[in-house]
Design a protein around this ligand. Sequence first.
Ligand code: HEM
Length: 496
Amino acid sequence: MDNTLWFLLATSMLLSALFILYRIATTRSRSSSSSTATNSLPSGSLGWPLLGETLEFISCAYSDSPESFMDKRRHWYGKVFKSHLFGSPTIVSTDAEVSKFILQSDGKVFVPSYPKSLTELMGKSSILLINGSLQRRVHGLIGAFFKSPQLKAQITRDMHKYVHESMGNWREDQPIYIQDQAKNISFQVLVKALISVGPGDDMDFLKKQFQEFIEGLMSLPINVPGSRLHRSLQAKKKMVELVNKIIQDKRRSGISEVAKDVVDVLLKDESERLTDELISDNMIDLMIPGEDSVPVLMTLAIKYLSDCPLALQQLTEENLKLKKLKDQLGEPLCWRDYFSLPFTQNVITETLRMGNIIVGVMRKAMKDVQVKGYLIPKGWCVLTYFRSIHLDEDFYDWPHQFNPWRWQDKEMSNCSFTPFGGGQRLCPGLDLARLETSIFLHHFVTQFRWVAEADSIVNFPTVRMKKRMPIWVKRRREAAFSQEQIKTFRGTSMQL
Ligand code: HEM
């Protein structure tokens, strides 16, 4: 009887094992056959005629849960889906591998494609819109200049100057709007690097016109007198006139042997393809990160630090230690010092991941493209949406938590972390953005304690703080804030 039982048990175990093996084998072959099957258009909905799904996309982007548009569709259709956005049928990729493939592809496969108001304002020769060998040429020239130690040293000197001027004027009896301060500093630093214009009438003129210009970047594409787009185009025209004058002056007096600014770099190019129009258009476009992306990075870093006392403490200690060392040596800080602060760099990396200052990039397919089992038809747009990847649990534990420590033992993968894009169009200003932000943070935390009023992040059309991030500061040498003061400052904002 015992033997019969063992026999039955052994037979049933063998049969179960065979059954499991069979299931694994059939599942594998099914999945491999589906991956080799003809690539098909991703699932999804094209929404309403003409409007597509644009209104839902925008209303979600404005809301407190900007991920909801993507999250819903990822749940229904998977990480790659079709939609209809900003007037074009669009494949949305929130898949790291597919997005990487798109970023790495060259201009024969995908070309940039942006809403009409943006392309009109940027101008057809903007680096963000040109393609092929001309884009590679301009990118290479600008990139090499931005990487040069001379420019980093100049940026560091200019940042020191503008940061001291600005922070020296901060008062303790009124709120300081961090976003405005950061914009003012980083705009001046970038304009100097681009066209060597320092503080004065020309700078004030540029600041004023630039405000008009940038307002129209995501406006309705209607160019009639009085419209938003028209006013922005007029402002750009005035700025181009100023840059053209600078170009003519340089041509007359002879371009300096060693390039002092980006205009010099482009004027010195001998390929003769860089027209004055191309140079001046690009100088204006290159001011955008100075007014927008970089100051927003600085502001968000301060916002996240204000909400995470432990990270703030570690960052402050790291920076105070460096300051003390440099004071003892009697040396000013140089650009390499800032990159040598590992925790500060991790804070910046984490801010880039969470902040998603550039939420994604848009391309148009020049031919049918097959990727990872999907078909991207010729003529369709593609939106590689970085935000969903940066907040994907498959890559980041507790993705909505600000955790700079996660970068201590994590590689910055070029697939799941792309705040600066990738491939041929990888942002050439990435080092400058990090450098300027490190300098701003260093001077801020080593000089001040602060209490931040409540404020929230707005994500559309560009990322920014709703109330421009008001904070109350105290110089470090003075007594810390009392509990009463902290309550009052935080309370003020609640009532606003
Ligand atoms: C936090 C700051 C910044 C962020 C998040 C950022 C992000 C990006 C991204 C995602 C792209 C890729 C666009 C695409 O693939 O179509 C890009 C391109 C570019 N960025 Fe930045 N950027 C920043 C700062 C800067 C700075 C400081 C500069 C210098 C002026 C700069 C200059 C450029 C240029 C010229 C391109 C176009 C490259 C090309 O198409 O060849 N960026 N940036």
